[in-house]
Design a protein around this ligand. Sequence first.
Ligand code: GLY
Length: 319
Amino acid sequence: MTEKKPVIVVHGGAGTWQPERSQPGLEGVKRAAKTGFEILRKGGSAVDSVMEAVAVMEDDGAFNAGYGSTLNIEKQVEMEASIMNGKTLQAGAASLLKDIKNPVRLAKIVMEKTDHILVVGEGAEKLAKIFNLERRSPMTELRLKYHEQQKKILLEGKFELPKLYNLVKNHPEFFELETVGAVALDKDGNVAAATSTGGFPLKLPGRIGDSPLIGCGTYADNQAGACSATGVGEIAIRLVLAKTVCNFIEDGKTAQEAVESAISLVNKRITATYNSMGLIAVDAHGRIGAAHNSPNMCWAYLTPEIKEPVASLTAKIVK
Ligand code: GLY
């Protein structure tokens, strides 16, 4: 089999990137793309590439994943992550994590060392202990500040928490969804995807979003490609969005056409005011795709043809 040209695409989340956070975000996605690509360049696997790329963003502090995760209504962090191998269709995910330094590493352990796909809460914490995963408090000053701002608005009665639509209808600017993710194709033609997040600000304890759900936030299949989603998890779940992108690719669309079609689908089918979504993808031919309906999506890519990662705060905006 002829060797494929490796490629990686990463995202640091869709939403509104405030000016003061833009530069750290762009630097962070570039570092993540570089780290993941270096693994591919040395002949490493797409799975290792997306895991290390996502781990870089989990450690960064500029993103809503790992260190810097958003806080739930009880001022606690509950992180979640997933990973999928497009060669074998094996997948792993973990959720409701309080202090695992790199949730994506635990997702890979679930994929490779257990017979399961999704392990949450205490069970996940136990697994992390058995495999000696590093711990770190994910709380940052910035997230604590955001939490106080968001809670003040809530207490003023300007939105109602249990109804997500009502909650975000008037104040979408308070909801920043900087989930992180990566998709890659390695030289052997294998694709993989990984996604990691702190979830939705002010979410209820125990709420699980799209990021750890295979098919919703993450999907990879060598017969199509790989996709990672960012945005309102409940929307990605209802449209099984990452798998939908892969289905579009399998039906003959390029990665770019597929992510644009999926965002169009969101716009058409989910008519709530706040339906912010972003998608990155790579197809089995190594073509990349990135699209969103939010004002921004922080993302980067790297291929053998270019020396440095290309990063941007916008991709194709589909309205
Ligand atoms: N997409 C991240 C979340 O909604 O949890």
